[in-house]
Design a protein around this ligand. Structure first.
Ligand SMILES: Nc1nc2c(c(=O)[nH]1)N[C@H]1C(S)=C(S)[C@@H](COP(=O)(O)OP(=O)(O)OC[C@H]3O[C@@H](n4cnc5c(=O)[nH]c(N)nc54)[C@H](O)[C@@H]3O)O[C@H]1N2
Ligand SMILES: Nc1nc2c(c(=O)[nH]1)N[C@H]1C(S)=C(S)[C@@H](COP(=O)(O)OP(=O)(O)OC[C@H]3O[C@@H](n4cnc5c(=O)[nH]c(N)nc54)[C@H](O)[C@@H]3O)O[C@H]1N2
Ligand SMILES: [Mo]
Length: 857
């Protein structure tokens, strides 16, 4: 029997937004087991009023326990990972009073130091940088996903410290990575501020009652839903099959959701969805198969779109025969899909957006989707767009996305993570390497459009920003709590080059495990996991009910680790601003502030809350009556206008035409753009002769981005790692049998994926689950550099993603759907060529560990 059981959210969203709450059993200061949470442990069913969706003679019920993904059960392995950073470290050959050897970042090893020395060093460098260059020269990277904590926020605690020091430190503004195409494209067509994605009220009910066909375009209902939502969406899809809702998957790979749920798989070539959809529009236009009345009353500029699709603009009608060789879908299939879609009430489904939403010119496919949905009467019963993850984003009373939204309780008042709006200086994350490597001055600055952080209104994209800001100098110090730039962002190898620049005099990283960008730090602070902290949490997104919970400490901090909030606090002490930093409040007081700030539908005292462990809100009585998706706009577009300049769907984006009249990479009307001045990542471009494959770099099945690559239980699974002849576990690469044969590749072979930006290794899996001309390798595998800045054994393919942004005026990331080649390698030959990399201490069960990088090993 456990000595105690505590509640912990296991979702990895971070930003204070929890999900997948678990019961964690503890004995002898050890986590012994993780179990689903029972919602009815402290509250009766009469109180909870669990919801039921009734449709087509069948019922789908809310569950009484959390439906945890595998990550939740396995996470304790991370707490006790051999890869934990247990003490502060300093890079051996970095001397703040002498040689800094910045070019050795990622190469030299680390030596152990004390917390006292580490915080002295950091505070000393902060003061020195401010004196020599000014506060804008301090750059804070604090924006990742990861463990969800509220008071001990996993990211951005340092931004709060900087706010104490002034209002012009430089912030790394994360662009809307999850939504790029929607943000930079769809928003100009159907508004939907701030993200550009869709009204989702009550759509689980609407789909069950009214939808005949659901098209999953770039969506894996058995992988990415796990990250934030657990297994509820999966159960829902099994139920849809039972009640006869047809499920069509459009994706280059037969992903896990497609394998489990698809009635039909349409294997499209990566980032050619715009061509496929243009051809569907062509069929509808020429055969009169769309809702003309709706288009007349709900949109503007349709004629411009028709002009383009019919080929009047460029002499090229966008027929299915035109699209077929581009998107790799036979023309008869395109026609059949167009006909079926016109006949049946069809909704589109996404996880978030699909990897293509993070590819070159991704605003175009997103806009095409809006066009198609509008042509079929967007918002009519059964005709909406649904998104199966990040429901919390829509957890507003007006946007009830699921029947389960009984409350919008948030403990945000206690959140101590990122807080950046005060500072005047920022760099979009996609432009960081460029900002560092260029010789920018306030007079001759780097410029871009838009604040870039998800959440800014459409109009902000018309603003031009600059680095450095007037009167400021460039950045000279980086402090990161998100050390996975190289494994998660665009052009990772260019970031490695930038971080080694002598301009960057000091790099501080605070992290739980020794991995990825930690290798490039000068000072490392050891952070603990959420199991070692006391906190408060909320889940108003993933669970069938809205709830807040008290997160009691499960075990004592391991080694000398501290929470992110405490670690930054130690630096604040050395700077003499601790009280200002914590605003005079203890962790306990912050937890209470979070509890008090949550809008609770009925009374409960703080003591009772702590005692019960959680507080849950019952289902709303009238949830079935709440608006559904675009229903209100559909019924009365004048009373419920969209947030576009005209209030209607804009086939011709009036504001793009006004602000960027010469932008041929994002013209006012959606276009299929295979390549252009900026990107040549297309099989239609001559570059493809050298690099004849497109890589699909999805969100990982056995990780959440860079998290969890060292869990032994997962690494045993053949779809997680491929064991090479040298015993090393390589990141899988899927390749079609026809392509594999041409390259002499067999399952289990080790392959190199390459382009002009570098190369990474992988373990081949030859399968028809991936279409020809495409290779698939998940993103986020742990860095294990061969030649640092060029090649990687771990398979971190972001290293070779393009450095260039979405398009001229859209500074989004491009991290999937780019050109590569693939060839078989002999790992033993490579080991001879690169003995240092291949002889690094390595444990196949956990990968490269901290002992590979420290001198005491
Ligand atoms: N190739 C490719 N790249 C992509 C995408 C893609 O589709 N393909 N998708 C993009 C998208 S949508 C996203 S959201 C990004 C994700 O990119 P990130 O949000 O940056 O990724 P994560 O790995 O989740 O988290 C960031 C870091 O936080 C660390 N971390 C976790 N918990 C804690 C903690 O408590 N404290 C501290 N200090 N650190 C912690 C993790 O170990 C990791 O190093 O990736 C983008 N990159
Ligand atoms: N397990 C797990 N869950 C996660 C995450 C994670 O890292 N791991 N990350 C979370 C985050 S931050 C986000 S933003 C979401 C992301 O959620 P999504 O955007 O839905 O995820 P992706 O893996 O980028 O893409 C989903 C599917 O798109 C398909 N696809 C790839 N390229 C193309 C293309 O060109 N065209 C079409 N039609 N399909 C394509 C692939 O089949 C892929 O499985 O997931 C969240 N959930
Ligand atoms: Mo994301």
């Amino acid at each position: 029997m456990p000595e105690k059981t505590v509640y912990k959210s296991t979702g990895m969203n971070s930003f204070g937004i929890g999900a997948n709450v678990a019961e964690v059993d503890v004995k002898d200061d050890k986590i012994v087991r993780v179990r689903p949470m029972r919602y009815d442990k402290e509250y009766s069913a009469e109180y909870l009023k669990p919801w039921t969706i009734k449709a087509r003679g069948s019922e789908f019920h809310s569950t009484m326990k959390s439906l945890l993904p595998p990550y939740a059960y396995a996470y304790k392995k991370r707490v006790y990972s051999k890869n934990r950073i247990l003490h502060p470290y300093k890079r051996a050959d970095w001397d703040p009073r002498g040689e800094r050897n910045t070019e050795n970042r990622g190469k030299s090893k680390f030596v152990r130091i004390s917390w006292d020395e580490a915080t002295d060093l950091i505070a000393g460098e902060i003061n020195r940088i401010i004196d020599e260059y000014g506060l804008p020269s301090i750059f804070i990277q604090g924006d990742g996903h990861g463990e969800t904590k509220v008071v001990h926020a996993s990211h951005g605690c340092a931004t709060r410290l900087m706010n104490v020091l002034g209002d012009d430190w430089t912030y790394q503004a994360r662009q809307p990575d999850s939504w790029e195409g929607w943000y930079w494209g769809a928003k100009h067509m159907w508004g939907q501020d701030p993200l550009g994605q869709f009204d989702m009220g009550n759509l689980l009910l609407d789909i069950a009652e009214n939808t005949d066909m659901l098209i999953f375009c770039g969506c894996d209902m058995e992988t990415t839903t796990w990250g934030w939502q657990g297994q509820l969406p999966s159960q829902y899809c099994f139920w849809l099959t039972e009640i006869g809702v047809k499920q069509v998957y459009v994706c280059p790979d037969l992903n896990y959701g497609a394998a489990a749920h698809a009635d039909k798989w349409i294997p499209v070539l990566p980032n050619t969805d715009a061509a496929l959809m243009a051809a569907i529009a062509y069929v509808w236009m020429t055969e009169g198969l769309f809702d003309k009345d709706y288009v007349d009353t709900h949109s503007i500029g349709y004629d411009w779109f028709e002009y383009y699709i019919l080929g009047n603009e460029d002499g090229e009608p966008k027929t299915p025969e035109w699209a077929a060789p581009i998107c790799g879908v036979p023309s008869r299939q395109i026609k059949a899909l167009a006909h079926e879609w016109a006949k049946k009430r069809t909704s589109m489904a996404h996880g978030n957006g699909g990897s293509f939403i993070r590819s070159c010119y991704s605003h175009e496919p997103a806009r095409f989707e809006v066009a198609l949905m509008t042509m079929q009467g967007l918002g009519k019963p059964g005709r909406n767009v649904v998104k199966f993850i990040e429901w919390y984003m829509y957890g507003l009373p007006s946007q009830q996305p699921a029947p389960c939204y009984s409350s919008n309780m948030t403990v945000g008042a206690a959140y101590r993570g990122w807080d950046f709006v005060q500072t005047k200086s920022f760099i979009p994350k996609t432009l960081v390497p460029k900002a560092i490597m260029g010789d920018y001055t306030p007079e001759d600055p780097l410029t871009w459009q838009g604040y870039t952080v998800a959440g800014w209104p459409r109009e902000d994209q018309y603003n031009t920003y600059q680095y450095p800001i007037p009167g400021a100098q460039g950045i000279h110090m980086i402090w990161t709590d998100t050390p996975c730039w190289t494994t998660c962002w665009n052009g990772g190898n260019s970031m490695i080059e930038a971080i080694r620049s002598p301009k960057i005099e000091c790099v501080v990283a605070q992290h739980i495990w020794m991995e990825n960008d930690c290798l490039f730090a000068d000072i490392l602070l050891p952070i603990n996991t959420k199991y070692e902290e006391e906190d408060i949490g909320q889940d108003n997104g993933a669970a069938p009910f809205g709830l807040i919970y008290y997160e009691e400490k499960a075990v004592e901090p391991i080694g000398e680790s501290k929470s992110d909030w405490e670690a930054v606090g130690e630096v604040a002490k050395k700077l003499g601003v601790y009280d200002e930093f914590v605003e005079g409040k203890s962790v306990d007081e912050w937890i209470k502030i979070g509890f008090d700030g949550a809008e609770k539908p009925s009374d409960i005292s703080f003591e009772e809350f702590k005692d019960k462990g959680y507080f849950i809100a019952p289902t709303l009585d009238d949830w079935e009556e709440l608006p559904r998706g675009f229903g209100p706009f559909c019924e009365d577009p004048e009373a419920h206008p969209l947030s576009t300049p005209t209030g209607k769907v804009e086939f011709y984006a009036t504001a793009l035409a006004e602000h960027f009249p010469d932008d041929d990479e994002r013209p006012p009307v959606p276009h299929f753009i295979p390549y252009g001045e900026r990107h040549q990542e297309s099989l239609l471009h001559p570059r493809s002769e050298k690099y004849p494959f497109l890589i699909v770099s999805n969100h990982p099945r056995w990780r959440i981005h860079a998290n969890m690559d060292d869990i032994p239980w997962f690494r045993e699974i053949p779809t997680c790692k491929v064991v090479g002849p040298d015993g090393y576990k390589y990141e899988p690469v899927w390749i079609n049998p026809k392509d594999a044969e041409k390259r002499g590749i067999e399952s289990g072979d080790i392959v190199k994926i390459l382009n002009d930006r570098g190369w990474v290794l992988g373990g081949a899996y030859v399968t028809e689950r991936i279409r020809e001309s495409v290779v698939y390798q998940d993103h986020g595998a742990r860095l294990d550099p061969i030649e640092s800045g060029v090649s990687d054994r771990g398979g971190a393919n972001n290293l070779i993603a393009p450095t260039k942004t979405t398009s001229k005026n859209a500074p989004g990331e491009v991290t999937s759907g780019f050109l590569v080649d693939i060839e078989k390698v002999d790992v033993f030959e490579l080991a001879e060529q690169y003995p240092e990399a291949f002889n690094r201490p390595y444990d196949p069960d956990e990968g490269v560990g901290i002992t590979s990088w420290t001198e005491e090993a």
